[in-house]
Design a protein around this ligand. Structure first.
Ligand SMILES: *Cc1c(COP(=O)(O)O)cnc(C)c1O
Length: 394
């Protein structure tokens, strides 16, 4: 299938629309390879054949842009479901013309339920009060509304105790305005080998709970537990839907996770905005934290922590320009960062591409490398890229 969404900044962020209208190129942009998301979803599906695929698109699709990503996977059919954290995210999807079923991963506040139902958001419930509130909201809307019962097998975040799950399933099944469409759980340590025993135990207790629910109320259409770590590293027999998030966006959980075969999705680029010769002994940037060890060429790149390019990269990170890797010189500013090109002919010019994340020439900066420099996980790194950076789709 051809690219569903052409290079079209207008469907990305308000900022990119503004950039377009002004006829200006953006100082930096996040290029999102939608076909790479399909490839990663296909890998997840190949490892778990015969299961429906739910793509988590919470937090603006892990920073990649919720509506364009969702529209794409719907158009090509690489996912059959979407998952969100907030009611407003479901509203964004519907306003963007997305028709796929959307599951909320956590329970609603009672005052959110009417809007959730209006957005055709499949509800998550985990206790009796939540079921009653959902039932009343569905009655008000005059519909029968689907819910998924969340069972807490060890995350200790939201969900029903396994021992109480059958009674809750009965309450849902007995309600004239609710449909028990799914039962699910979440696995907090599925992404590390040290957690294998805990995860296996969780899955066993989950499947036993599902069996007990089936005995009480009959067949359950959707049974799911597989987040990225479990999709890659665990036996998900007994479940029929998977929820791979971070791997769909081509990222490992952290630099140490030995996940192979993922296709990178995001490439963050900017352009050299200024080039100057700095003599040995002079300092560069705020706080004067970097001193030129020799006469050198310094390039300025118009991106900084105001874009989500962390100040923690100061004097530690690197960027690619002219097909080579160059260290950051001094502190990352809000809107600009300087890199040290070295003493020789810089072989680059103002306007030339700079890569903050991704490949250039034979070099590559990975999400895992950047997240590692920040002392955090790839999830947070991608979520921190701000709305000032237009997302461009190819
Ligand atoms: C975010 C989330 C996922 C996806 O997790 P990944 O680690 O990104 O694969 C799956 N299920 C639930 C309930 C979540 O909140």
């Amino acid at each position: 299938m051809n690219a569903i969404l052409p290079l079209e900044p207008d469907i990305a962020t308000p900022r990119s629309r503004q950039v377009r209208q002004n006829g200006l190129m953006c100082p930096s942009q996040l290029n999102v390879d939608l076909a790479a998301i399909d490839a990663n979803l296909a890998l997840a599906g190949k490892l778990n054949p015969g299961r429906a695929v739910l793509l988590p698109v919470k937090a603006d699709a892990y920073g990649h842009g919720i509506v364009p990503v969702a529209r794409h996977v719907e158009a090509v059919g690489s996912a059959q479901w979407l998952g969100v954290a907030e009611v407003s995210e479901a509203e964004q999807l519907r306003a963007g013309g997305v028709g796929l079923p959307v599951l909320k991963f956590s329970p609603c506040f009672p005052d959110e339920l009417d809007r959730a139902i209006a957005a055709r958001l499949t509800l998550c419930v985990g206790d009796s009060a939540g079921i009653t509130a959902a039932q009343e909201a569905a009655e008000r809307a005059g519909t029968r509304h689907p819910v998924h019962l969340k069972v807490d097998t060890g995350m200790r975040r939201v969900g029903a105790e396994p021992a109480g799950a059958v009674a809750l399933a009965r309450q849902i099944a007995d309600s004239p305005s609710l449909i028990l469409q799914g039962v699910f759980t979440h696995l907090p340590i599925s992404d590390t080998p040290e957690g294998n025993d805990y995860t296996r135990d969780q899955l066993a207790r989950f499947l036993a709970t599902v069996d007990a629910i089936r005995d009480a109320v009959g067949e359950i259409p959707l049974v799911h537990a597989g987040n990225s770590g479990a999709v890659l590293g665990h036996d998900l027999a007994g479940t029929n839907l998977i929820r791979p998030g971070i791997i769909s966006y081509g990222c490992r959980a952290d630099a140490a996770t030995p996940w192979e075969g993922l296709t990178p999705v995001a490439r963050w680029t900017s352009r050299i905005s200024f080039l100057k010769r700095v003599p040995a002994g002079e300092t560069v940037g705020y706080g004067r934290t970097w001193t030129a060890p020799r006469d050198t060429w310094i390039a300025t790149v118009p991106v900084g922590y105001g874009d989500g390019y962390s100040r923690l990269f100061s004097n530690r990170g690197r960027m690619l320009a002219g097909g080579r890797s160059h260290p950051i010189a001094g502190r990352v500013c809000m809107d600009q960062t300087m890199i040290d090109l070295g003493p020789g002919d810089p072989k680059v010019a103002v306007g030339d591409e700079v890569v903050l994340l991704g490949r250039q020439g034979g070099e590559q900066i990975t999400v895992e490398e950047l997240a590692g420099l920040m002392g955090t996980i790839t999830y947070e790194l991608m979520c921190l890229i701000t709305a000032r950076v237009p997302r461009i789709y190819a």
